[in-house]
Design a protein around this ligand. Structure first.
Ligand code: FPP
Length: 257
């Protein structure tokens, strides 16, 4: 846990923290270029920042963190950058296993792992298996992930299992998505000043709050993350209701759904 002097969230703020934060980590390349360094230097520093932001999230009490680490569209990048990223991923998983086991962190992956190089897929699958019984904190990596592909796969799988005639409700359909074990994201953070979702959790983000930071991912550290949480807890989440209705249910928790 953090002590109060490490962030400026009040006890009331801490009661309202998001349960699930999903992050689009953008800007590694631009950050590296601004320093006259190769893109992979940006990714390496991006991974260091993954450690500090994920650690901050769990320590402050956000139980689910999902990171957009590699999109289906990223497959179009130069081979050298892709294999560099995959090596960084493998290194990260091997290095962090001890912490994950010590801190009760379960690793999951969403996306098509068959599109990753064998060594990276193996590292991801092994870490998922090794951390399967951990229940305190949940780190999900989106790897070779695309939301449209995920939805199409869910439609096909629903049709195979339940027949094409049925009309599923959302609860049934969402159980076919790869995120079936995760709550919907409450907060989506995107770094590097871009205002788009880029094929990330499109259906799951239906009611997510979105926070865009101008900082590039390697410079979006723990304090910037706390600022995003602070911004989130100040927002009124209405889920289609009026502000008055929301105020009424929050004063009268018995009627809150
Ligand atoms: C976006 O920056 C970042 C990525 C495409 C990859 C993000 C991956 C990591 C930080 C490492 C993944 C590893 C772990 C351990 C989760 P960009 O390259 O698109 O930056 P640019 O838009 O400035 O070019």
């Amino acid at each position: 846990m953090f002590t109060a002097d490490m962030h400026d969230l009040t006890p009331e703020d801490l009661e309202r923290l998001p349960r699930h934060v999903a992050i689009i980590m953008d800007g590694n390349g631009r950050w590296a270029r601004s320093l006259g360094k190769p893109r992979l230097f940006g990714h390496r520093n991006g991974v260091e920042n993954v450690k500090s932001v994920v650690n901050a999230a769990f320590k402050i009490g956000v139980p689910y963190v999902t990171l957009y680490a590699f999109s289906t569209e990223n497959q179009n990048r130069p081979g050298e950058e892709k294999s560099g990223l995959m090596r960084l991923l493998e290194e990260f998983l091997k290095r962090e296993l001890k912490t994950m086991m010590g801190d009760g962190i379960r690793l999951r992956a969403i996306g098509d792992l068959s599109g990753l190089p064998g060594f990276a897929r193996k590292a991801v699958e092994q870490t998922m298996e090794q951390t399967r019984a951990n229940t305190d904190w949940n780190l999900t990596l989106a790897l070779n992930y695309g939301s449209r592909q995920e939805v199409l796969e869910a439609v096909h799988s629903y049709a195979r299992n339940e027949g094409a005639d049925g009309a599923p409700d959302w609860n049934t359909f969402s159980s076919y998505l790869q995120t079936r074990d995760l709550p919907d994201p409450d907060l989506i953070i995107r770094t590097s000043g871009e205002f788009r979702l880029s094929n990330f959790l499109l259906l799951q983000a239906a009611y997510a709050e979105i926070f865009v930071s101008p900082l590039h991912w390697p410079e979006f550290g723990r304090d910037a993350f706390f600022d995003a949480l602070k911004d989130y807890v100040r927002r009124e989440r209405r889920f289609g209701k009026t502000g008055d209705q929301v105020a009424e249910t929050s004063q009268n928790p018995v009627t809150a759904s």
